[in-house]
Design a protein around this ligand. Structure first.
Ligand code: MN
Length: 241
């Protein structure tokens, strides 16, 4: 191996930066052609499968995470393989396929993969209670108070016909509650997701059967991770006092 003669320190800096870039590029290329190319990654559950019981049983969480969520992630990766999505983020795939009937299968699986990962992060053992700080202030401002927000959220969940999601979102600087059918997601509508509850029957049927409202109430009262939601809000509008 040839030793590179030292010419001047500046060039050494340049060449080492170049070498680092070349190595990084090589690394990315290798990732892009191998197993690491999957756009959708199964995010770890932030707690154990039985940690949310009794509000969500270990059985429900086990099926939800290992079967439903895993299924969407797997299918989303299969459907986006080699058809122009290379190097795109999960969010970009969702936005690129939203509203395009010919890409419905990609959108549905991509959005479901994303929605589920987000939903699991919105929950924690010993959650619930009332939010604090900016999130609490904005809830007061937008809904008249936390109790009114909960009523609105629960009614929205009840009125969502069939499978779907209920969301607390940031819409042009204001909080709003929105619902979406099936895989629909705020990302497809220019809204910033803050909190969500999955109201597909697979999310609650083993524990609550047809009692969707009881499930949503229980999530709000026992599992809602308002710290996570507050972090998302802060990231979304760092300039707001
Ligand atoms: Mn689900």
């Amino acid at each position: 191996m040839a030793t590179i003669p030292v010419i001047n320190p500046r060039l050494i800096v340049h060449s080492s930066v170049l070498a680092a870039c070349a190595l990084a590029a090589l690394f990315l290329l290798q990732c892009g052609s191998g197993v690491g190319s999957a756009i959708f990654v199964m995010e770890p559950l932030p707690y154990s499968q039985d940690a949310l019981a009794p509000a969500i049983s270990a059985d429900t969480m086990g099926f939800h995470y290992n079967k439903h969520y895993a299924g969407y992630v797997k299918k989303a990766n299969e459907l986006t393989k080699g058809i122009g999505f290379s190097g795109r983020s999960a969010e970009a795939v969702i936005q690129m396929t939203a509203g395009d009937a010919s890409k419905a299968a990609v959108f549905n699986n991509a959005a479901q993969a994303w929605n589920h990962a987000y939903f699991f992060k919105c929950l924690k053992p010993g959650g619930g209670g009332a939010p604090e700080g900016l999130l609490a202030e904005m809830i007061d401002e937008s809904f008249g108070g936390f109790t009114d927000f909960k009523k609105l959220f629960i009614t929205a969940a009840k009125d969502q016909f069939g499978s779907g999601w209920v969301w607390l979102v940031l819409d042009e600087g204001k909080l709003a509650v929105v619902t979406g059918a099936n895989a629909d997601t705020p990302l497809a509508h220019g809204l910033i997701p803050l909190f969500t509850v999955d109201v597909w029957e697979h999310a609650y049927y083993l524990d609550y059967q047809n009692r969707r409202v009881d499930f949503v109430k229980s999530v709000l009262d026992n599992l809602a991770n308002w710290d996570f939601v507050a972090d998302q809000l802060e990231k979304a509008q760092p300039s707001k006092e």
